[in-house]
Design a protein around this ligand. Structure first.
Ligand code: ADP
Ligand code: MG
Length: 471
């Protein structure tokens, strides 16, 4: 958002000119702050503010709850003052006080609302735990989870949590790439507890939903209910926690909920596509909390596990799939279990549709697009090898600490291509290059982009490498 963008604010029809000027300044200040703090923080904390006026150089802003008042005073009033002062030299300070919207219409001049970026509040609500918890997939139980080397540790930990009557490792932190079974294991824990000890309350929620509910509670002004609901459960499971990276106010709330539950000895289970330490944009203290329990990594599948999963799924579908086809799929669809499952489903559906037996030939035919995509997937190791040989350096120099340009430049090219051609995160890429920091990778990507722009023969080199790697 650039400096001139403003945020729409509500204006009172009978406000006078002075108020109109203040209202316009308020909307500029809000716009600037919104650009600074990001959308999530803005929605949670700043949007509910209402400008009430300016008295003796003090901007008066109301917010609906004490919780919000304290938070805004602690984090935003200094900046608000500065921004205001830049718009209006008379402003010397900001006063934030508690006043609900409902009080305002009859509250006299002082209570008149000049403008607020907030939406009108909806009525209160008393959702039960069952309503808060996300739906559970019937098929995601322990019985349908195939265990192999890559996931046996995560499986054992999940089972342990499900069977125990008190908190085990707190939190259990499940992490692994997409489609490797994190959600499946969490649902399995929930099913197991619901079946064996139905009096225990379990909440399973995606981090996205958690954030959404939190923001809604803020807007509806019932954060107290929100806190109560979350802090009274026996087991809290938050899926895909990487989603709240960088969303500061949600992280803050999550952190408090987390601490409150741990203090009471309740079990917490978290999943993420990154390890706690690799969660960019996550607060240090939250990361150290997440690291405190048991971190269970779900590794990429291997051939045996993929074959086992295919057999189990075929059995569930009650179809006979020739071993040759299973082996073919297990060899070819290596990205993740979700894709593997999808491939099997497509093959089965196709056979049923055309009324023919499942064959290897038909499988190749039905899946040709998927197979091509899988063939094209390159690894960082391949990139390193290819780039090293192209520039005539040793592959080991990709990991070495040598900084001579003759090796540093090819290394940067390889990092750049790793970012472009794989789904790896910056920290993951850094690690594969001799444990370098993610900022080094970021710098490499920027540098290569720059060079490509100014040096056409370099740009051609990179393009050539890319085409060779994509095959
Ligand atoms: P994630 O949450 O890690 O992205 P999911 O738990 O949603 O992955 O798993 C994707 C799909 O793969 C689901 O349909 C799930 O049932 C299946 N799946 C993953 N791992 C296994 C496993 N070990 N055994 C059986 N099915 C699995
Ligand atoms: Mg998931």
């Amino acid at each position: 958002m650039n400096k001139n963008d403003t945020v729409p604010v509500r204006t009172d029809p009978d406000i006078n000119d002075q108020d109109a000027v203040w209202g316009a300044q308020w909307s500029i200040v809000c716009g600037l702050l919104r650009a600074e703090v990001g959308e999530a923080a803005y929605q949670s904390w700043l949007k509910p503010m209402t400008l009430r006026g300016i008295t003796d150089g003090e901007v008066r802003i109301s917010v609906p709850t004490r919780f919000m008042r304290d938070w805004i005073v602690a984090h935003y009033t200094d900046r608000l003052s500065e921004l205001w002062a830049a718009e209006n030299a008379d402003v010397k300070g900001v006063d934030v006080f508690i006043q609900s919207d409902r009080e305002s219409p009859s509250a006299g001049p002082a209570g008149r609302s000049l403008g607020s970026p907030a939406e009108p509040a909806k009525g209160g609500s008393d959702r039960t735990v069952a309503e808060i918890s996300g739906p559970l997939d019937r098929r995601f139980d322990f019985e349908h989870f195939v265990v192999g080397k890559p996931n046996e540790f995560a499986y054992a930990a999940a089972r342990r949590v499900a069977e125990a009557h008190s908190a085990q490792f707190n939190p259990l932190f499940l992490y692994g790439g997409v489609g490797l079974g994190k959600t499946h294991l969490m649902h399995a824990i929930a099913w197991h507890i619901q079946k064996k000890t139905p009096d225990r309350t379990v909440i399973y929620l995606s981090a996205e939903k958690f954030m959404y509910r939190f923001i809604r509670a803020l807007r509806e002004k019932n954060t107290v209910d929100f806190k109560d609901q979350f802090r009274s459960v026996d087991v809290l499971m938050i899926d895909d926690v990487q989603f709240i990276s960088g969303k500061d106010s949600t992280q803050e709330e999550f952190f408090h909920t987390f601490n409150a539950l741990v203090d009471q000895g309740r079990q917490i289970v978290i999943s993420s596509d990154k390890s706690p330490s690799d969660l960019e944009g996550m607060e240090e203290r939250l990361i150290s909390r997440l690291n405190c329990g048991l971190v269970a990594d779900i590794h990429a599948t291997n051939y045996e596990l993929r074959l086992g999963i295919l057999q189990s799924k075929a059995e569930q579908l009650s179809v006979t799939v020739p071993p040759k086809v299973m082996e073919f799929l297990a060899h070819k669809i290596t990205a993740n279990v979700r894709e593997l499952e999808g491939a099997l489903n497509r093959v089965v559906a196709h056979a049923q549709l055309v009324g023919r037996e499942i064959s290897l030939e038909a499988t190749q035919d039905v899946l040709h697009d998927l197979l091509r995509a899988n063939d094209r997937r390159v690894t960082i190791e391949e990139i390193q090898k290819r780039v090293a040989s192209h520039f005539n350096i040793r592959t080991s120099d990709m990991h070495s600490a040598r900084r001579a340009r003759s090796v540093a430049r090819p290394r940067q090219v390889a990092m750049y291509l790793a970012k472009q051609l794989t789904a790896r995160s910056l920290p993951e890429i850094g690690r594969k290059f001799g444990g370098r920091d993610h900022t080094t990778v970021m710098h490499a990507v920027k540098k290569v982009d720059e060079l490509r722009e100014h040096d056409s023969s370099f740009a051609e080199d990179v393009e050539l490498l890319r085409r060779m790697l994509e095959g």
